[in-house]
Design a protein. Structure first.
Length: 190
């Protein structure tokens, strides 16, 4: 069994903001693989489905980004899912808009959602990073940037990235992050 976690902030005021790319990807996965409806549980919204014959729980924490680990640990403990079978999809300031990278473990890059998850389970889970760009890395500008909405061009790049993640998430489940990375790299070569 796998747990896929899309990170974001709950509420209409945060919908379609850069920090909610994980929620967007989770919704795309749910739609692509016809998951059941999201239900309120584990301080989040959770849906059950099947990807390539593997049972998958899809979680969107509703605790706000800084407390995402609270929701993730509750679901992981309940379903007895080990960190290596957890896939967290999140925004990344250090990647160009729409760029996708995957890895197992690693640092948080200052991402408060990842810090919270690391504190609750361990850093050794799979991550799919979707770039949101970083036009001004000065401290005060980061919060405004991650909570801002996308320009039309950026929205199109994000929609394409989210679709690419959803279309290829089965590779991550079947063969791991390295094979997923290779597939994404081959599909995005220009």
């Amino acid at each position: 069994m796998f747990l896929i976690v899309g990170l974001g902030n709950p509420g209409a005021e945060y919908a379609n903001t850069r920090h909610n790319v994980g929620f967007m990807a989770a919704d795309a996965v749910a739609e692509s693989f016809r998951f059941g409806p999201f239900k309120s549980k584990f301080d989040g919204l959770i849906a059950e489905g099947n990807i390539n014959g593997e049972k998958v729980m899809l979680l969107k924490p509703q605790t706000f980004m800084n407390l995402s680990g609270n929701s993730v640990v509750k679901a992981a403990l309940f379903y007895k899912i080990l960190p290596e079978n957890i896939i967290v999809i999140h925004d990344d300031l250090d990647l160009k808009v729409g760029q996708i990278k995957a890895k197992l473990g690693g640092g948080t890059g200052g991402h408060n959602g990842l810090k919270s998850i690391d504190a609750h389970i361990t850093p050794n889970y799979n991550r799919i990073r979707i770039g949101i760009g970083n036009p001004n890395p000065e401290h005060g500008q980061v919060i405004n940037h991650v909570l801002s909405r996308f320009s039309k061009a950026d929205a199109e790049a994000i929609a394409a990235a989210v679709e690419l993640v959803a279309d290829n998430i089965g590779v991550m489940i079947d063969k791991g992050w390295a094979e997923f990375s290779n597939r994404i790299g081959n599909l995005t070569k220009k």
